[in-house]
Design a protein. Structure first.
Length: 277
C-alpha cells in the first residue's frame, strides 16, 4: 500500500542484491528513493525502472561510503530533493570467499572489508540519524487507533548485518564486521531513540545475490544445479536459500509504522538455520 504522504528513503548498495530489492519494495509503497551505490550503470537503470513502474521519484547517486564527504553529500542530496530523510537502509557491503581458514586472508582484504562493512556503515548511520533528528516528527498512526496520542517519530534506519554476526562461521574479514553492525545498531538505538529515530538490523541467511555468488561460487547462483543441491540447504529448516525480496520485506516492515515500537533489535531472516543448527 502506498504511503499517504510524500516520504523519502536512501538505500546504500541499492543497485544490486538485497539493496535493489529494498529499493523496489519501498518504491512500491510510494516512497521516493535515492539509490546510493558505486555501480553507476546498474543504479541509473534501476532508477529509471522504478520511476516508470511505481510513479515515484527514484534517483541514482554515486556514493563511496568509505568517504565521509560522499556520505554527507548523500544525505544532503535527499534533503535537497525531497525536504527530509524519512528512511535509510544501509545494505552496502562486501564479502570474501575464504571460509575455512584465515591464514591466507590478507590485511588488504581485512582493511577493505572493515572500511565498507563497519566504518562505512557507521558513517551512514551517524549522518542519516543526525539529519533525521533535525526534522519535524511525523505522526505514528496505529490501527485501530490508540485511545491516547502516540509520540511522533523522525525517521527509521535499518542496517544489514548477517547470521555471521551470531556465530563463528568462517569468513575472517567479513564476520567481525557483521558482529560490529549489531553493536553499531544497538548504539544507534540508544543515541537516537530518545529523539524519535529508530535503528534496527536484519541478519540475513544465505540469500541469492551477487555477493553469494562471490562467496560460494556455483552454489550461489540462482537456479543452478549446484545451488539446488547445495549441502548448505540441508541445514536450513525451509530447505532453500532466500530470495532478496524476502529480506526486503523485513527491511520494509522495520522502516514502517507497523514496527513503531521496535528499536535496537536484530531480526534473523535465515529460514530457520540459526534456530535449529
Amino acid at each position: 500500500m502506498a504511503e499517504t504522504a510524500s516520504y523519502s528513503a536512501v538505500v546504500t548498495g541499492g543497485a544490486s542484491g538485497i539493496g535493489e530489492a529494498v529499493c523496489a519494495k519501498l518504491a512500491s509503497r510510494g516512497i521516493n528513493i535515492l539509490i546510493a551505490d558505486i555501480q553507476e550503470a546498474q543504479g541509473q537503470a534501476l532508477a529509471t525502472q522504478l520511476s516508470s513502474t511505481f510513479s515515484v521519484q527514484a534517483k541514482y547517486l554515486r556514493v563511496d561510503i568509505t568517504k565521509e564527504d560522499d556520505v554527507k553529500v548523500m544525505v544532503e542530496t535527499v534533503v535537497k530533493l525531497w525536504g527530509r530523510l524519512d528512511y535509510a537502509a544501509n545494505c552496502a557491503g562486501i564479502c570474501e570467499s575464504t571460509w575455512a581458514e584465515e591464514r591466507s586472508v590478507t590485511t588488504d582484504v581485512v582493511d577493505r572489508t572493515f572500511a565498507i562493512n563497519q566504518r562505512g556503515l557507521w558513517l551512514c548511520q551517524k549522518h542519516e540519524a543526525q539529519q533525521m533528528e533535525s526534522q519535524e516528527p511525523r505522526a505514528v498512526k496505529l490501527e485501530p487507533p490508540s485511545r491516547f496520542p502516540v509520540r511522533g517519530q523522525r525517521g527509521a534506519i535499518v542496517n544489514v548485518a548477517s547470521i555471521s554476526a551470531l556465530n563463528g562461521m568462517g569468513l575472517a574479514a567479513y564476520t567481525p564486521t557483521k558482529f560490529a553492525v549489531i553493536g553499531i545498531t544497538k548504539n544507534g538505538a540508544k543515541f537516537y531513540g530518545p529523539n524519535g529515530v529508530r535503528c534496527n538490523a536484519i541478519c540475513p541467511g544465505w540469500t541469492l545475490t551477487p555477493m553469494l555468488e562471490i562467496s560460494m561460487g556455483e552454489e550461489g547462483y540462482e537456479g543452478s544445479k549446484a545451488s539446488e543441491e547445495s549441502a548448505v540447504c540441508s541445514n536450513i529448516s525451509l530447505g532453500r536459500f532466500a530470495f532478496s525480496q524476502e529480506q526486503a520485506n523485513v527491511v520494509s516492515f522495520l522502516l514502517s509504522n507497523e514496527s513503531s515500537y521496535v528499536n535496537g533489535a536484530h531480526i534473523v531472516v535465515d529460514g530457520g538455520f540459526n534456530a535449529i543448527r
